[in-house]
Design a protein around this ligand. Structure first.
Ligand SMILES: CC(C)(COP(=O)(O)OP(=O)(O)OC[C@H]1O[C@@H](n2cnc3c(N)ncnc32)[C@H](O)[C@@H]1OP(=O)(O)O)[C@@H](O)C(=O)NCCC(=O)NCCS
Length: 192
């Protein structure tokens, strides 16, 4: 399936900070605001196994989600994944210390898993990264055990760079991490 990203309402400047809103077939990727707190608490306050592969602690109360939006999501320009007026997740495209290299991270409310939403959001952000920001490469990483996350990356064309054994302490314990990447050449080749 292909997803068309429409840039008609995106500012023309070629910097990451200029992308305030991205429309895909089903989603709006936009900056967070305080009104998203209840929706953020739904996925960030989820203490079940659903979030066993993340490194940060679950939000205990909605006030934690308010602080997360204010102190992390807004300053870092993390995108809210909005579907049908509801914020169902978060996705981030951020620059790294290496020039032209961006990294990706994401989380989705488990009620909306396996509907292709994260793949659709990542597809859109790769488009932004390579076409608008002229990225050299985009990197991402997931716990080897987190098959769904790895599958999202694979569906978007990312390849394995390396696997680091027992690299990160996640909620589920010390985990092997698969590092993934896609460079501009491979990205544009895949588009043809
Ligand atoms: C990882 C996550 C974002 C995926 O979101 P999603 O919107 O469900 O992803 P998509 O629907 O786009 O794609 C999921 C793919 O994984 C596959 N999948 C799901 N569970 C799987 C499993 N246990 N084993 C193998 N594949 C699995 C799905 O079948 C689908 O692939 P397909 O389209 O080839 O059938 C979501 O599971 C999540 O938020 N997890 C908790 C937070 C997290 O782990 N974040 C990532 C940290 S690296």
């Amino acid at each position: 399936m292909t997803y068309n990203v429409r840039f008609d309402i995106i500012a023309a400047m070629e910097t990451l900070s200029s992308f305030d809103m991205i429309l895909t077939d089903r989603l709006v990727l936009r900056l967070f605001n305080a009104a998203d707190a209840n929706d953020v608490f739904e996925f960030a306050g989820d203490k079940t196994d659903a979030n066993r592969f993340v490194a940060w602690p679950a939000h205990e109360e909605c006030a934690d989600s308010v602080r997360c939006i204010r102190d992390i999501y807004i300053p870092n320009r993390v995108f809210a994944i909005e579907y049908s007026g509801k914020c169902i997740g978060a996705i981030e495209l951020k620059s790294t210390e290496e020039d032209g290299v961006y990294s990706i991270g994401y989380i989705l409310n488990k009620k909306f898993w396996n509907l292709g939403f994260t793949t659709e959001a990542l597809t859109a952000l790769l488009d932004v990264a390579f076409r608008r920001l002229k990225a050299k490469s985009v990197v991402a990483a997931h716990a080897v055990e987190n098959k769904a996350s790895g599958r999202v990356m694979e569906k978007c064309g990312l390849k394995v760079e390396r696997i680091a054994l027992k690299e990160l302490e996640l909620r589920c314990g010390l985990s092997d991490i698969r590092h993934m990447y896609i460079d501009a050449e491979a990205y544009f080749k895949n588009q043809n």
